[in-house]
Design a protein around this ligand. Structure first.
Ligand code: RFL
Ligand code: PHB
Length: 388
């Protein structure tokens, strides 16, 4: 098999890239290790920056997002006894959208299938070869156990944090930075109307809590738990009691409860791999960088990378390499801004067990909530900032 762009991974980065390339007449094949059912059912991020919405709109993918998504002006910041609204529209003139990654993926798969895109699911043993040459290729074992090979002009690794593409860049050419946090998130999906108009990010001596949502009928919650925690330690009653305490202590507010439909523990780390290009192998999204989810940046960074990479590849395949040569540095500037913001939100809101941290965090929260300069810094980063 031969194509112009071999894309490893059918998450949002890989699917969006194939879509943007097709719009410019560039052909690609998308290779995915999981089944389509698995990819479409995966529950992950929930917030889109206005810039991500623009990218999806311009790609003709925004129709359901605008019909079913919810536009939010800001977030609530909370600690025992106080809840403050940080109004992004007032502060920086931008809003964010609540629209689940699951829905973004469904829209992308529907659009790619309607256009006849080749999406190959259920593959194993994916390996990227000869990225530094003019003739890179990908090998895999297909769902029927047959060895397969795809030759391409360019290979793009969009295969997330556990995929093989990043490791196809030789160690001698790659630098990585990593921080592993001593806590994790217990994520909970529940069939209950949200008890809030906009997201609540709560600091509490027991640990961070977040009240998010997926629709007017479905709520999404997260609780800080120790790293390595088992979901079995969390009964429904314990989850609802902890959420009610952490999100509601000292404020006049009631949390509505309902049937829990999904629960899982998400480890938290910051990770950046540089450069995001090695010869004719490019990396985009989680394949190159992971952020803890507190700043809601993971999905937005994946969209930002791809919006930068797609036109660069189009030009490169037409003979002009300038944008492709600039891709890694340009992408990494936004990646580091989001990595810093995600670390900052995480360390401001998660308890560490050290009493001095609790004092520093509360002082920081008070400043962010009460100072227009502090609030604008949070708003600018949360809404997506053009990194300089
Ligand atoms: P994805 O979505 O991980 O897609 C990568 C795709 O590559 C496939 N793959 C392979 N394909 C072929 N061969 C192989 N050997 C392969 N190995 C892997 C995978 O099956 C997958 O389909 O990366 P992408 O497209 O870069 O998108 C990035 C976002 O998914 C990610 O940044 C966010 O979802 C991060 N994230 C969250 N971000 C938030 O802002 N808020 C959240 O609540 C939130 N929850 C999460 C998350 C990431 C999670 N992961 C990766 C463990 C929850 C989870 C569980
Ligand atoms: C989510 O709704 O899944 C979500 C929202 C905001 C975050 C992280 C996750 O910061």
């Amino acid at each position: 098999m031969r194509t112009q762009v071999a894309i490893v991974g059918a998450g949002p980065a890989g699917l969006l890239l194939s879509h943007l390339l097709a719009a410019e007449g560039i052909e690609s094949v998308v290779l995915e290790t999981r089944s389509q059912e698995y990819v479409l059912a995966r529950i992950r991020a929930g917030i889109l920056e206005a810039g991500s919405v623009d990218v999806l709109d311009r790609a003709g993918l925004g129709e359901r997002l605008h019909r079913e998504g919810m536009e939010h002006r800001g977030i609530h910041l909370q600690w025992p006894g106080e809840r403050h609204h940080v109004d992004f529209v007032d502060l920086v003139g931008r809003s964010v959208w609540v629209y689940g990654q699951t829905e973004v993926t469904k829209d992308l798969v529907a659009a790619r299938e309607a256009a006849g895109q080749e999406l190959v699911y259920g593959i194993a043993d994916t390996a990227v070869h000869d990225g530094e040459t003019e003739r890179p290729w990908v090998s895999w074992t297909d769902a029927d156990g047959r060895e397969q090979r795809l030759d391409a002009d360019v290979v793009v690794g969009c295969d997330g944090s556990f995929g093989p593409s990043r490791h196809a860049v030789p160690d001698s050419a790659r630098e990585t930075w990593e921080r592993v946090y001593p806590y994790a998130w217990l994520g909970v999906l529940a069939d209950v109307a949200p008890s809030t108009d906009e997201l609540i990010y709560a600091w509490h001596p027991e640990g961070f809590a977040l009240h998010s949502m997926r629709s007017h009928e479905v709520s999404r919650f997260y609780l800080q738990v120790p790293a390595g925690e088992s979901v079995d330690s969390w009964s429904d009653d314990r989850i609802w009691e902890s959420l009610a305490r952490r999100l509601g202590e000292g404020v006049d507010w009631t949390l509505a409860t309902g049937p829990i439909t999904e629960r899982s523990v998400l480890p938290m780390r910051s990770h950046v791999a540089s450069p995001m290009r090695h010869g004719r192998l490019f990396l985009a999204g989680d394949a190159a960088h992971i952020v803890p989810p507190t700043g809601a940046k993971g999905l937005n960074l994946a969209i930002r990378d791809v919006a930068l990479l797609a036109p660069a590849l189009v030009s490169m395949l037409r003979g002009d390499h300038a944008q492709a040569d600039a891709y890694s540095d340009a992408a990494l500037r936004a990646v580091w801004r989001a990595t810093h913001f995600s670390w900052w939100m995480t360390t401001m809101l998660h308890t560490s067990g050290d009493p001095i941290d609790a004092q520093l965090q509360q002082s920081q929260l008070r400043w962010v909530a009460s100072s227009p300069a502090g609030a604008a810094g949070l708003a600018e980063n949360y809404c997506g900032i053009a990194a300089s």
